[in-house]
Design a protein around this ligand. Structure first.
Ligand code: HEM
Length: 497
């Protein structure tokens, strides 16, 4: 009898929790006790969670509140609200989700998923030293151009070896991008066909393609995660997938530890970090500079940097294959400004049309439709609503970049929308921020922008890319994941004289 009364009270409590909402909570759909709105989310769009939330916003408004399991979720789908979140310190935390724990030794480490003073200290250190090592500077341009040259040779060989000049471009950009990043982090570069390297790239891609960016935020206790494959698969936690990457990073750190160098000769990011670890160990018993934190930081840089930059190049190439006239115009500009040379960073400011093409590809195919989830560290206001402390805030960048109230015919690929009337200048729009804004903004934006420009411009300058005859055009439908990816594609690649 007592247990029945207890169960009835518990049930009533759960029903009240599912139905009742905090004062001034944003409008949104109600869910069921315990699971919240989880079972119904995909009914809005079975394939893409970011589109599901966009459709929901058409009914409930740009700031929508609902529950997923026991988590309070706030979905944000307009420029004004997204910007307000990015600039609000109280909303600049990160949720501690099952996925982030599974990635990092069961702890919250790295840069992307930590917050507070720990995050400030680690982000500041990382940015300072990555800048010293050439992030966003012309000092690493030679090395980047070396990678561009190798990629051009690789594509040339593949094109020559096929009678119809058909080249499979799947995964081809990732190798070059990772080599640039890895040289800054670890001071070494790989041969393009190194099998160990290829394995690592595949594992990295799988990590980013696995997982659902919304369900992944459901806080599942570590012991359930560890023992239930079903739960792991449902929320997309595949910690075993990060193992090869972590092992690889750890062995590189071990090699650095063994190398016989003096403290003054820091060659790469790992050296700088090991120096700091040594210094802090002597002075600070509570130091946050640890071996596991270094592994997690590199996992973040490697993961965030490789997939997103190569994804952006891949999507730009698909847009250019689908829009042959745009490709011709871009080639005309590149020929006029760069003559017989491969485009360099010096040419960039004289190439407005090329710049507009790159911007338009990022607008139409954002690789981070959900940014990285934000988190309310305090109760705060957003567009007049009260956001409870502990809410997970999903920013829908895709909704901002495809908003038909701001971008006319947003589905149409039209680089001219980023140019002034006579096409001589790029117009900077405050609705265009593919790298985010505010303190959580991407820390690799300058490297990413340079890499994206140098590779895409060089490929279009050196080759003509055409659709393969009698085959469907390469698809722009993204592949889901924490960042979205492009599907592998083939093209007829003809060298330009
Ligand atoms: C085209 C390529 C890239 C795009 C579009 C991109 C976009 C973004 C976006 C939208 C965010 C989240 C901002 C927010 O939460 O408000 C982010 C965060 C981040 N990005 Fe990137 N990114 C790119 C390349 C890179 C590269 C090359 C690196 C590093 C090598 C990198 C490292 C990071 C890190 C560490 C964060 C987390 C920052 C933090 O939480 O403090 N990204 N990026």
């Amino acid at each position: 009898m007592i247990s029945e009364i207890f169960l009835t009270i518990l049930l009533i409590g759960l029903i009240i929790k599912a139905v009742k909402r905090p004062h001034n909570f944003p409008p949104g759909p109600r869910g069921l006790p315990l699971v919240g709105y989880l079972p119904f989310l995909s009914s809005w769009d079975p394939q893409y969670p970011h589109r599901a939330l966009q459709k929901m916003s058409k009914v409930y408004g740009p700031v929508t509140g609902f529950y997923l399991g026991t988590s309070t979720m706030i979905s944000v789908c307009s420029h004004e609200a997204v910007k307000e979140v990015m600039l609000n310190e109280n909303l600049n935390g990160r949720p501690h989700s099952s996925i982030t724990l599974a990635r990092n030794f069961g702890e919250n480490l790295g840069i992307m998923f930590i917050m507070g003073q720990f995050w400030q200290e680690q982000r500041r250190f990382t940015m300072r030293h990555l800048r010293d090592l050439g992030f966003g500077k012309t000092s690493i341009e030679d090395q980047m151009m070396g990678e561009v040259g190798d990629l051009i040779k690789d594509i040339e060989n593949k094109s020559q070896s096929d009678k119809d000049r058909v080249v499979d471009l799947k995964g081809i950009f990732q190798v070059s991008v990772v080599n640039i990043l890895w040289a800054i982090i670890a001071g070494e570069r790989f041969r393009r066909d190194d099998p160990k390297f290829q394995e690592l790239l595949t594992a990295n891609e799988q990590v980013f393609r696995a997982g659902d960016p919304v369900r992944g935020n459901i806080p599942v206790p570590a012991f359930i995660l560890k023992h239930s494959r079903l739960v792991r698969e449902f929320i997309g936690v595949k910690s075993e997938m990060t193992e090869p990457i972590k092992k690889f990073i750890q062995s590189t750190i071990d090699d650095h530890q063994l190398s016989n160098r003096s403290v003054d000769e820091a060659r790469d990011f790992i050296d700088f970090y090991l120096n700091e670890m040594k210094k802090q160990k002597a002075e600070n018993p509570y130091t946050t500079f640890t071996n596991n934190q270094l592994v997690a930081t590199i996992t973040d840089l490697f993961g965030a940097g490789a997939e997103s930059t190569s994804g952006s190049i891949g999507f730009a190439m698909i847009h250019l294959i689908r829009n042959q006239e745009v490709q011709r115009k871009m080639q005309a500009e590149l020929d006029q400004v760069c003559g017989e040379y491969v485009p360099t960073l010096n040419h960039r400011s004289s190439l407005p049309y090329t710049e507009a093409v790159l911007m338009e590809a990022q607008r139409c195919s954002t690789i981070a439709p959900f940014v990285v989830p934000h988190f309310a560290v305090k109760e705060t206001k957003l567009q007049g609503y009260t956001i409870p402390k502990g809410s997970i805030v999903m920013l829908n960048l895709d909704a901002v970049l495809m908003d038909d109230e701001y971008w006319k015919e947003p589905e149409v690929f039209r680089p001219e929308r980023h140019l002034n009337e006579d096409g001589t200048k790029v117009i900077k729009s405050d609705h265009f921020y593919p790298f985010g804004i505010g303190k959580r903004m991407c820390l690799g934006d300058s490297l990413a922008k340079n890499t994206y420009f140098l590779f895409t411009a060089a490929l279009i300058k050196k080759f003509r890319f055409e659709p393969v005859q009698n085959e469907p055009l390469p698809t722009l439908d993204p592949i889901n994941g924490f960042t979205v990816g492009y599907s592998g594609f083939k093209a007829v690649v003809v060298p330009r004289s």
